[in-house]
Design a binder for this molecule. Structure first.
Ligand code: SIN
Length: 281
C-alpha cells in the first residue's frame, strides 16, 4: 500500500480541509490525485497554500476534475479565455459573490465545482466562507425532509447577470459581460442526491433560486428563507483566509460560498476556473 505524502487537516466540523504536501507545479500522479479528489468529496471544499502556478498549470489541475465550463459573464484573464477574473479594485465598493450561493445553479447542467486561485490579496479581509449543504440537509427534521422530497425549484441568471439586474450597478458592469446571454432558467430538485457521494444535499440558494416550481414567489419566499437561514448556521460553515498562491476548490453541488466584502480601498484579484458537472437528480 502506498504511503501518502499528503497532510489533510479539517478546517471545521462540517466543511473544508486544508491539503499540504503537494506542489501543483509538478504533474500529479494518479494516486495523489485520487487522494485529493477523495478529500474534495469528503469535505466539500479543499484548500491549498503557496501554489504559485502559471495559468497553464491552473488549467491543467482543473482539467483533472473534468472539462472546463467557460463563464459567460465574468471578464476572462487576458490570453486565458478559460480563466475568469474575480477582481475588486481599491476604488470599487461592490464585490462579486457577497450573497450565499452555488455557482451556475442556473444552468441545466450545473457546474461540478470552482477552483479559485489568489493572485493578489488585500492586507486584511476578503475571506471566503463556505457552508455544507449536506450537513444542513441532515439537520432538518424528518417531517420537513418529507415535505421537501419531490419539490423542485427554479433557478435563473437573469436577475443577477441580465441587463436589468439590480446588482448591475455601473461599477459591477465593468466586470460583468454579455447580459444578453442571461437567459438561463433551470429547474432542479430542492434536495439532490450528490452524483459522486450519494449524500442528500439542499440545492437552493439565495442568489439564483427564484421560486419553488408550481408555487408563486410570494408562496415560496417563507420556505426558501427558512432554508437559507438554516443553511447559513455557523456550525455548517468554515471561513478561509487567503494568501497569495492559496487555492480553494469547492463542490457547487454540496456547498454554498460567500465572499466577505470588508477590504474597501485595497485590490483583490482572483483567478477562477469552473468545472463542468452532470445533470442532477
Ligand atoms: C465567487 O463567488 O465565485 C467568488 C468568491 C470569492 O471571490 O471569494
Amino acid at each position: 500500500m502506498r504511503n501518502s505524502t499528503l497532510d489533510i487537516r479539517r478546517s471545521a466540523g462540517a466543511v473544508g480541509a486544508e491539503i499540504r504536501g503537494v506542489d501543483l507545479r509538478d504533474p500529479l500522479d494518479d494516486a495523489t490525485f485520487g487522494e485529493i479528489r477523495q478529500a474534495f468529496h469528503d469535505h466539500g471544499v479543499v484548500f491549498f497554500r503557496d501554489q504559485h502556478i502559471t495559468p497553464e498549470q491552473h488549467v491543467a489541475f482543473a482539467e483533472r476534475f473534468g472539462p472546463i465550463n467557460v463563464n459567460r459573464f465574468f471578464t476572462p484573464v487576458p490570453g486565458h479565455p478559460r480563466i475568469a477574473e474575480v477582481r475588486k479594485e481599491p476604488d470599487q465598493k461592490k464585490n462579486i459573490g457577497e450573497v450565499w450561493h452555488a455557482d451556475h445553479s442556473y444552468d441545466q447542467v450545473p457546474a461540478l465545482g470552482s477552483m479559485l486561485l489568489a493572485r493578489e490579496v488585500p492586507e486584511y479581509g476578503g475571506d471566503t466562507m463556505f457552508a455544507s449543504m449536506a450537513a444542513a440537509y441532515a439537520a432538518l427534521s424528518d417531517g420537513l425532509k418529507r415535505t421537501l422530497d419531490g419539490l423542485r425549484a427554479v433557478h435563473s441568471s437573469r436577475h443577477v447577470f441580465g441587463a436589468k439586474a439590480e446588482s448591475r450597478g455601473a461599477e459591477l458592469s465593468t466586470r460583468l459581460h454579455n447580459p444578453e446571454l442571461a437567459t438561463q432558467d433551470a429547474v432542479h430538485p430542492v434536495v439532490i442526491r450528490h452524483p459522486e457521494t450519494g449524500q442528500r444535499c439542499l440545492y437552493v440558494n439565495r442568489s439564483f433560486t427564484t421560486h419553488i416550481e408550481g408555487w408563486t414567489q410570494e408562496e415560496s419566499a417563507p420556505l426558501l428563507d427558512f432554508l437559507y437561514r438554516h443553511g447559513e448556521r455557523p456550525e455548517f460553515t468554515c471561513r478561509f483566509r487567503w494568501e497569495n498562491g492559496s487555492i480553494a476548490l469547492w463542490d457547487n453541488r454540496s456547498t454554498w460560498h460567500f465572499a466577505v466584502n470588508d477590504y474597501h480601498g485595497q485590490r483583490r484579484l482572483m483567478h477562477r476556473i469552473t468545472i463542468e458537472g452532470v445533470a442532477l437528480g
